[in-house]
Design a protein around this ligand. Structure first.
Ligand code: SAJ
Length: 408
């Protein structure tokens, strides 16, 4: 006999930035949760009630679900009624998606599957992945064909606001058949207050890729405007502010490029599969990647010009390493890429690297932001961290404001 949703046991494969918070929220809602991660350090830390990721408010929730036994972590799956694949899907050198983690996690749960179980992929995946994993499951366990429920349900949460968004965002759920969609909807309705929109697995997979590609294209438009305005002698920030006064125009903000693990990655899952059709999406990727090189070149040129004009090397402040404002996540950051390029091309100038959201960095020696701003001849703003906005414009410095701190 299959269990009802009320007394379900769930197994989350992957305790990262999405898997861990989802496992915690499920456990908070009366589900008996096993959290699985291949990294024993993550498992030990989680069982000790300590967060290995940074997410406001989540630490107390983890302590509670560990203390009351509704969540425990392990390195191998356990018999459950529902399995969730929440592992990374990076891309390979040629921008082809790498679904090997999804496949490995699927293979790991296959021996535990039994009639009536639910199997859901949350990892961002190329179109067709859920069907592929269904084929894999039935190849290894043919007796389960037609007897388990398989669906795709992408996450949409914004790091930093995960607890709220996991509960309140609408979600798209696509099963390999209607019964699977219904079963997955019943599970998510235990803790999601947003609407649950039913579709098929391929559409749900494409929906996730579409959301992040849409944002990438919109940011590329803003970055392209920044190139045009630089040539035309127009303040791009003022331009966008004014254009956005139109009731049907909503342009995003230029920056020093697009970073993180989602927006700079997911569009490739479309362009690699549909190269003939996905022209605009591919161009947006190129524009947003080029923006970081363009910023690095601007800084290096400013350094060389300063040397010629002042007959000495400038002090250069590079403000922000994180991939977006007010977070401490430095991975896949265009700012970090720019800093590395300037370190190489900056003609041995003294370079002060600033990142107020982290205490120390393995490679860069960090300088407090006010001190760096005071000492520098050239200041490049790479990430729009809130504290930078308290600095005052200084005419004696060369200021390269790539992320709109002063909007001048
Ligand atoms: N950025 C700009 N200009 C803007 C907005 C963002 O240059 O106007 C840059 C940021 O600085 C950053 C990059 O884009 O480098 C991405 O930041 P983000 O805040 O747009 O997105 P992420 O990567 O933190 O999270 C996105 C979200 N997706 C969408 O907004 C469509 C989130 O909802 C997803 O859950 C997440 O990707 C994911 O995991 O896929």
């Amino acid at each position: 006999m299959t269990k009802t949703i009320e007394n379900m046991k769930a197994c989350f494969m992957g305790l990262g930035y999405i898997g861990l918070p989802t496992a915690i929220i499920a456990a908070m809602n009366g589900i008996d949760v096993t959290g699985v991660d291949i990294n024993p350090a993550v498992v030990d830390k989680t069982n000790a009630g300590e967060l290995h990721i940074i997410e406001p408010g989540l630490g107390e929730m983890l302590k509670k679900v560990i203390a009351d036994g509704s969540l425990h972590a392990t390195t191998t799956p356990e018999v459950s009624d529902a399995y969730f694949i929440v592992v990374p899907t990076p891309f390979k050198g040629n921008h082809e998606p790498d679904i090997s983690f999804v496949e490995a996690a699927t293979r790991a749960v296959v021996p535990f599957l039994k009639e009536g179980d639910l199997f859901v992929i949350e990892s961002t995946s190329p179109v067709g992945t859920t069907e592929k994993m269904a084929e894999l499951i039935f190849r290894l366990r043919p007796e389960l064909a037609g007897k388990i429920y398989i669906a795709y349900c992408p996450e949409r949460v914004l790091p930093g606001n995960v607890i709220y968004e996991l509960v309140h965002n609408d979600r798209v759920i696509g099963g390999v058949d209607e019964a699977s969609t219904d079963k997955a909807k019943a599970f998510y309705s235990r803790f999601v207050k947003g609407e649950l929109h039913a579709t098929n697995a391929r559409t749900a997979e494409m929906c996730k890729l579409t959301e992040n590609s849409s944002r990438d294209v919109q940011i590329a438009f803003a970055n392209e405007l920044s190139f045009i305005c630089d040539h035309a002698g127009i303040n791009v920030w003022e331009l966008i502010r004014l254009a956005n006064k139109h009731p049907r125009v909503n342009i995003l903000q230029p920056g020093c490029g697009v970073g993180g693990h989602c927006i700079a990655v997911d569009p490739y899952f479309i362009t690699s599969a549909y190269p003939a059709e996905a022209k605009l999406i591919a161009d947006a990727r190129r524009i947003n990647n080029y923006k970081a090189d363009w910023c690095a070149e601007k800084i290096i040129n400013a350094i060389l010009r300063f040397e010629i004009e002042h007959n000495r090397k400038p002090v250069v402040a590079l403000m922000g390493i994180a991939f977006k404002p007010d977070i401490d996540d430095l991975r896949e950051s265009p700012a970090k890429y720019i800093i590395s390029k300037v370190m190489v091309g900056g003609n041995n100038s003294r370079i002060l690297v600033v990142e107020p959201n982290v205490k120390e960095h393995q490679v860069f020696k960090l300088t407090p932001y006010e001190e760096a701003y005071r000492e520098a001849d050239i200041v490049a703003f790479l990430t729009a961290h809130t504290p930078f906005r308290s600095l005052e414009w200084d005419d004696s410095k060369v200021i390269l404001d790539f992320c709109g701190i002063f909007k001048r």
